[in-house]
Every structure is written in C-alpha cells, then in structure tokens.
Design a protein around this ligand. Structure first.
Ligand code: MSP
Length: 654
C-alpha cells in the first residue's frame, strides 16, 4: 500500500533581522505544498523554524544591549516577529523548531560526539579573515571589498583551533547521488554543484569555533561551540525526535520527502547534508528543491540598500491571499523572480479581480437575478458545453502533475486556463439574452450550473494557495463540504442540482493602480530613509596640509551683534559681528534654513577673518563663519560653531 505520508521543510531562518518578502516566498510555497498534500489525503508534517546560533546573533544582541536569548525571543516570538508573520500569512506548519530549544541542543551534542568517535570529525586549525572589533571570522568570499561585511573595517589573517568534518571522504557517494538520481531539483542545480564544488575537490568542513560563545558547546571539549551546519541541518531530524525524547515521529516521517531551500544554500543541503547523513548511517531525504530568489531590479534585497520588501505592509494593503497568490503565480519556483509593485498590482487586478473575481460575481449574480438565488433542476444541454466540461474535468490531473513537480506557477496557469475558458463560455452562451426569454429557462439554468461547477473545481485546486478566499467562494456557490474535496474535483455534477448561491461582496475589488503605487513608493521611500545610517559624517581628508599653510587661517572668536535674513535670498543670513577690532565686520552665511536669526544674536561664534571679501546678493561678506556639518537619515544637518561666551571678541584660535 502506498505510504500516504509527506514530510516537507523550509530552511530554518536566521533571525538576525526581521524577515522580508523573500523569506515569505519559500514558506508560502511550502505551505501551498503541505495544504495540497493534506487535501489529497496525505498525513503531512510541515516543519519550519529558526536557526538561532552564531556570531551575528551574538553581535546583534550586544548592539541592542540584551542577551542573545532576549534578542531572539523578541525577534522570533515578539510583535511582528517570525511566528507572527507565519500566522499572518496563514502558514499551516505542524511544527516549529528553534535551534536553541533544549532537546535540539542536547541531540546536536550527541550527534557531534558520534561523528567524532567515528573519526569523521577531527581537530585541526581554521584559517580565515578576522575582524577584531566584531570578533568575527569571515571567508574570503564573504568580505565586501576586502573588508568586514558587518562593519566595513580592515580584516586580518588569523587562525584558530577547530574541529572539521571529513566531507572529502563522501565526495564520490555524493557525486553519484547528484548525478545519477533525482535527489536535487531542479536538474539545472546539479551541474552547478558538481562543477563548482565537487570537481574542484571537496574540502573538509569547519564545524566548531572558539572565537565566540553563542553556540551549542562541544561537550567533550569546552571552549568549542558547534559551528552552523551540524547544528542547523540536523534540525530536520531532531524536530521529529532524532536523538531526543521530545518527539516520536522519526519512523513515521523520515526520510523527508522534500527540503525547500533557497539557491545559495543548495550546496549545504545537497552536498554537506547527505554527507553528514551518510556518516551517521541514516537514510537520505528524497529530494532537495533549490528555488530562486525574489530580486529587486535584478539585485538582492538587503537591509543596507533599504530595498527589503515588508510582507506585513503588502498583506495589509492587498490581503494575505492576494499576496500568497502573487508570489506563486508570478515567478517560476526554480529561478529568480524580479519583484515589482507594478507586477503585484497587475497580477491582482488581472487574475484575481478581472478573471476569478468577475467569474464568481457574474455567475452568482445571475443565479440571484434570474432565479432568486436557487437554480431550478430542469436542464437543457448543448454541445457548446462540452469543451468547458472537458477542461474542468481534466484540470485535476493536469494540476496534480505540476504540483507534484513543485511547479506552482504552472499549476496556477492550468487553473486560469479553465477560468479563462469559463469567462469565454459566458460570452458564448450570453446568459443575459437567455434571461429575456421565458422558454430558455432550462437552458439558462444549465449554463449557470456549468459555470458553478467549473468554479467549484477551480476553487478546490486554488485552495492550497488562497485558503480563506476559497472558503468564501465555496460558501458563495453553495458547495457542501463533500463538494469541496479533492475526490470530487474531477467529478462533474457534484453540486446539488437545486444549489443555492449567495453573491455577497466582491472578492477582489479592482485596485486603483496609480494610487496604490504612490502609497507603496512613499512607504518604500520612508523605509529607505530609515535604513540610512543615523549619522553620517564626511570621510576624513587624506590629503595633508602643511603646518605653515594651516597657520595662515586667521580664526577669531566673534560676538554676534545682529543677525537678519537677506532680502530675496532663501539661503543667506547677514551677521554683524564684533571681531575685537572696534569696527563691525559683516559676514553673509548660507545657513538660513537651519536657524532663526533672532536666536543667534548675542552668541559667540568662530570666523575666518582673513579671507578676501566676497560679494553675495550685492553685499560684501568679509570672512566665513565656521559650522559643523553631517547627515542624519540622509538629511543635511548644520550646527554653527558656538563657543563659550566668556571668550572675548577677537580672541585668536590656534
Ligand atoms: N539559517 C540558514 C538556513 C539553514 S537550513 C538548515 C539560512 N537562513 S536565512 O534566513 O539566511 O535564509 C533562509 C532562506 O531564505 C534561504 O533559503 C534563502 O535563500 C531564503 N531567502 C532569503 N532571501 C531571499 C529572497 N530574496 N528570495 C527568496 N528567498 C530568499 O540561510
């Protein structure tokens, strides 16, 4: 008998920052898959979670002035944290693992020890690039312009004692797995792995560190913590109860049916993970699927660029189901997809408002208009109906074939072909014409019934993508619980002949594209600004000036006797100054937008007094007042340099 169990995972997310739409992408895909499998009769285990150890978390917590655990609890369980996001996105995970959970930590220590005792983990030394202020090791490829990716400072070569996993030992077996089986999907990722990593020769993998503390201690060698991949990858098994008593589902669900992972971590999942499982003599997962990224203008979303897209904001504006749908309808799962606001709005308007929404509201509206909401049972078929019926009946198989290959975009395209067909059928049968003719009532009822049946079948297939909306559609078209099932998704005629519908509200009102774009742009602009460094000062001048030249600047303390705006100038202030010489000095300064003139009168400032006089707006300015300038969130700030009022006018600064 077929084993009707399905185990699917997402990567466990690294919660050093809030999650963005890119993270949401994979989780929503996994959720659609899990819901689809449940619908088709599988017992499903859908796991997601957070990967909570490492240097970066330790650093972030330090910056925030809290312990790593406090930092994590806030970003994982706090308001608008990871758990909140999955709840908002209607993610139906069965389990959530945090790698700081006690059962996981204890299991990882056992796994590490077992591999060590087997001789697959050994002690060596790790060489890398070290950033002293961040106390972090980096690999050459992680550096940005040769500098620390976190703080931008110089790094130096350094070495520390570390444990290594004998990855090289498993190279041949892993190569066979990649090349000769369908373990890694899509197939295009196989060449990438073999050519870039296996052929050049697999190096053993560093699996412990001594340079930071925030990790699972190696219990037989205090001072070492387990480093990243042993800790992170085994989550897929500890969450089922491997090497712990917390859960007892290993037999039932291992090996996993599929791990969904982003393209940059395919290497860890398709090379290192099977090698570690081989070392532990455990069964391998059936598939790893490496999906593409959501990119913006062809580039990566990143906090520092200020272009990360916030799923909360989008869900609030457009609704959770519309967002879920957009992510999986627009981009092929296996390759990168270019995210844009226009694309999001167009997809919602075209597919959801015009095609699906319209079909449902027109059909239910006509049942209400012509039959008071309940169809009569008398029928009159026409050969015009065959094509629609055939398309709707065939949908289940076509859709299933795509879903089984994780081709969500294609599965949705299949559904929309049927929806398009149904909309065309409305034009072909012109129910509004039939409605005018009393003798055509049986024919009109048949047309509307056929449309309702088509909607029902499409809605079943759409349910994993838009669960809440589909519930609403089922209710609108009067589908009983049985009619909503997968088993009935290829059975024509499941709705009662005298079905009662309720048109109700529009499912997807058309979005005013210009207005929504303006709102999104304003929001994203504000976000970009917020991502700018709080305070930005000009880099120090590297060109030196000789001392004698510098001394030629005659800097004096000056008392501000008067200050007023210069007529017809929105920039200039006119200062009348006492420079100790007995004659007033006039200086014009372009700082009007920063000060109210009256606020400066009586203050002591600093001026260079030996600059040649210069005419500005028809007035002579004799010197220059000194100010300090910087930027705050990208905005220019200026502070007129004011000094202690006890300093007499004319005192020389040296
Ligand atoms: N903690 C590791 C995974 C360990 S799994 C045993 C990790 N975490 S992560 O938070 O940095 O990334 C998690 C997933 O989010 C990765 O699969 C990554 O590809 C995905 N994404 C991050 N940004 C993304 C996009 N812009 N688009 C699509 N997915 C992206 O890696």
């Amino acid at each position: 008998m077929e084993n009707k169990r399905f185990y699917i995972t997402t990567p466990i997310y690294y919660p050093s920052d809030k999650l963005h739409i890119g993270h949401t992408y994979c989780t929503v895909a996994a959720d659609a898959m899990a819901r689809y499998k449940r619908m088709t009769g599988y017992e499903v285990m859908f796991l997601t979670g957070t990967d909570e150890h490492g240097q970066k978390i330790e650093n972030r917590a330090k910056e925030a002035g809290v312990t790593p655990k406090e930092f994590l609890d806030n970003i994982v369980c706090g308001e608008k944290g990871v758990l909140d996001l999955w709840k908002l996105m209607n993610v139906s995970n069965d389990r959530f693992i945090r790698t700081t959970d006690d059962y996981h930590c204890a299991a990882i220590q056992k796994i590490f020890r077992k591999m060590y005792e087997k001789g697959d983990i050994y002690k060596g030394s790790y060489k890398g690039k070290y950033c002293t202020p961040c106390e972090s090791f980096w690999t050459e490829s992680q550096l940005v312009n040769g500098k620390c990716p976190d703080c931008g400072r110089e790094v130096k070569d350094a070495e520390e004692e570390a444990y290594f996993f004998r990855l090289s030992k498993y190279a041949d077996r892993v190569r066979h797995l990649l090349e000769d089986t369908d373990f890694l999907q899509p197939r295009t990722r196989v060449n990438e792995m073999v050519n870039n990593f296996i052929k050049p020769g697999l190096e053993d993998l560093c699996v412990s560190r001594t340079s930071f503390d925030w990790g699972i201690p190696v219990d037989f060698d205090p001072g070492h913590v387990v480093y990243v991949w042993v800790d992170a990858l085994f989550n897929y098994m500890t969450a089922l109860g491997y090497m712990n008593d917390k859960y007892d589902d290993l037999e039932k669900f291992w090996p996993a049916d599929v791990h969904f992972v982003g393209k940059e971590i395919v290497r860890f999942h398709s090379i290192i993970w099977p090698a570690m499982l081989m070392s532990m003599e455990l069964p391998l997962p059936k598939h790893v699927y490496g999906h593409g990224w959501l990119v913006i203008d062809g580039g990566k979303m990143s906090k520092s660029k200020g272009n990360v897209v916030d799923p909360y904001a989008l869900a609030e504006m457009f609704g959770v189901d519309a967002l879920r749908f957009f992510l999986l309808r627009t981009f092929p799962f296996g390759t990168d997809g270019n995210f844009s606001n226009e694309l999001l709005i167009n997809t919602i308007n075209i597919d959801l408002a015009n095609k699906l929404g319209n079909l449902v509201s027109r059909t239910t509206g006509m049942v209400e208009k012509y039959f008071g909401g309940t169809l009569p049972t008398k029928r009159e078929d026409d050969k015009l109906d065959c094509e629609l019926k055939h398309a709707a009946r065939a949908l289940r198989d076509r859709y299933e074939a795509e879903m089984e290959k994780f081709q969500f975009q294609n599965a949705l395209a299949e559904i929309f072909q049927v929806i398009d067909r149904a909309n065309k059928y409305i034009d072909e049968t012109a129910p509004w014409v039939l409605g005018k003719d009393e003798t055509k009532r049986a024919r009109l009822a048949t047309v509307l019934y056929n449309l309702l049946e088509t909607i029902r079948i499409c809605t079943t297939a759409l349910t994993p993508f838009m669960p809440e909306t589909c519930d609403k559609i089922f209710a609108k078209i009067g589908a009983c619980q049985l009619c909503r099932t997968w088993d009935k998704a290829n059975v024509w005629g499941s709705l009662r002949a005298d079905v009662t519908v309720q048109k109700g509200e529009n499912l997807f009102p058309r979005i005013d594209s210009d207005q929504a774009l303006r709102e999104l742009e304003a929001m994203q602009e504000a976000q970009k600004k917020a991502a700018l460094p709080a305070v930005e000062v000009e880099p120090l001048d590297t060109e030196s000036v000789d001392f004698d030249t510098f001394c030629k600047n005659d800097l004096r303390a000056v008392k501000i006797k008067n200050c007023e705006s210069v007529k017809k100038s929105d920039k200039l202030l006119k200062f009348t100054l006492d420079d100790g010489s007995g004659t007033d000095r006039i200086i014009l300064s372009g700082i009007r937008k920063f000060y109210e003139p009256a606020d400066l009168i009586g203050k002591t400032a600093v001026a260079i007094v030996n600059l040649p006089p210069r005419k500005m707006m028809g007035q002579l300015s004799c010197g220059m007042l000194i100010s300090a300038v910087h930027k705050e969130k990208g905005e220019e700030k200026l502070h007129l340099l004011l000094v202690d009022d006890s300093i007499p006018a004319g005192a020389k600064l040296c």
